[in-house]
Design a protein around this ligand. Structure first.
Ligand code: PMP
Ligand code: GLN
Length: 393
């Protein structure tokens, strides 16, 4: 694609990401704001985070924790994470050598990818995929190789994944629970992934930011609990998701010591260290398991509040096993428009913003689906349902 210089005097600029525009999350949130729509598009809560967390942050800043944190992250926070992994999942992790605190999961993802991939290497991405994966791969001069998953269940055909492996493949990216498909991996999925990764000596990047958002008594299965995957995976998490604080942008990466040592080489020159007072506050907040144990019930109630309203409005819902999103088939309401047109129309004409699924597929696959975020106050969900009732009128 031809690139334009910034000005007639600037050097010629060859974009590393010529096909990348503004993310769909920003586009739809802006459209929602412009039209006064209820924003169920971009994934972020509209309710406050826990008052204890806010108090802890105030205390941390007042106590003078306002200078650089250690490069790998505050030891107290890394120890609290290790204790949580042990307590909640029985997973033993060395806080010093295996945990790195990052500026959100996004930076952890980019850093892990930059750690492993050289120019012309390949990384396998399962589509629909979270929007940062492919650009982070492409920015290394590496190649995202897509394997398409399809609605309604988005099951992975692991034989197809293995067929996509070439001598240049270095990494497979997974997202479990999955945004946007809302599906979760079974033990058999992880075993199949482990077998492929071992056979072809691949790294695994496992984005587990929605680890606590799993419903209906189902279980999150982390790569960290599967010995073969534990030895070759970067497992990535986000406090933005777990503690309703997406604006804090603090996450972390868990990986074996040799992988962590390489990751930190990139990390120290990408950010060096991340927000110090927030790390103090999070270390304190993590000490109380009640702060995360309530999450599945809390979000399942919200899912179950929104779902009947969507159904009554004429949407056909796909099962939502995890994340804080609900997929909805709109073809019973408007059969002949694209999902992007539908999302714009719903935002502008009916005042409820959502995300079209096709943008998560490199081939633009459009199955007539949109994504609604239910991490919202009950009043917000009820107001959206009331607006959507006009769809059938
Ligand atoms: N991965 C997935 C699947 C996500 O949905 C998100 C954000 N919602 C992220 C990563 C990024 O997390 P963070 O905001 O901590 O960078
Ligand atoms: N992950 C969030 C979502 O899926 C948005 C994050 C962002 O805006 N970059 O909606």
């Amino acid at each position: 694609m031809p690139t334009q210089p910034f000005s007639p005097l600037s050097p010629r600029f060859a974009s590393k990401l010529p096909d990348v525009g503004t993310t769909i999350f920003t586009v739809m949130s802006q459209l929602a704001n412009e039209h006064g729509a209820i924003n169920l598009s971009q994934g972020f809560p509209d309710y406050p985070c826990h008052p204890d967390l806010l108090d802890a942050l105030t205390r941390a800043t007042r106590a003078g924790h306002n200078q650089y944190a250690p490069m790998a992250g505050l030891p107290a926070l890394r120890q609290a994470i290790a204790a949580k992994l042990q307590r909640s999942r029985g997973i033993a992790v060395d806080a010093d050598q295996e945990i790195t605190i990052t500026a959100g999961a996004t930076q952890a993802i980019f850093t892990a990818i930059a750690t492993v991939l050289h120019a012309s290497d390949e990384a396998i991405v399962l589509d629909p995929s979270y929007d940062s994966y492919a650009p982070a791969i492409a920015a290394q001069g590496a190649i995202p190789v897509r394997v398409a998953l399809r609605a309604p269940d988005y099951a992975v055909d692991w034989q197809e994944v293995e067929r996509a492996v070439t001598p240049r493949t270095r990494m497979i990216l997974i997202n479990n629970p999955n945004n946007p498909s809302t599906s979760i991996f079974s033990a058999a999925d992880l075993d199949a992934l482990a077998a492929i990764a071992e056979r072809h000596d691949l790294f695994v990047l496992s984005d587990e930011v929605y680890e606590h958002l799993v419903f209906d008594g189902l279980e999150h299965r982390s790569v960290l609990a599967q010995p073969a995957l534990r030895a070759r995976s970067f497992a990535i998490y986000s406090f933005g998701k777990t503690f309703h604080a997406t604006g804090w942008k603090i996450g972390y990466c868990v990986a074996p010591p040799n992988m962590t040592a390489e990751l930190r080489k990139i990390h120290q020159f990408l950010v060096f260290a991340v927000n110090a007072p927030a790390q103090h506050a999070l270390a304190e907040h993590l000490a109380d398991p009640a702060h995360w144990q309530a999450l599945p019930g809390f979000f399942q109630a919200k899912r179950d509040r929104l779902a009947p309203g969507l159904r009554a409005a004429g949407f056909k819902l796909l099962p939502s096993s995890g994340t804080y999103f609900q997929l909805a088939d709109f073809r019973g309401l408007r059969a002949n428009i694209s999902d992007v047109e539908f999302a714009r129309w719903l935002t502008i004409e009916h005042g409820v913003a959502c995300i079209p699924l096709s943008v998560f597929h490199v081939d633009g696959h459009d199955a007539g689906l949109v994504r609604f975020c239910f991490a919202k106050r009950d009043e917000t969900l009820d107001a959206a349902i009331a607006r959507l009732a006009s769809l059938r009128a």
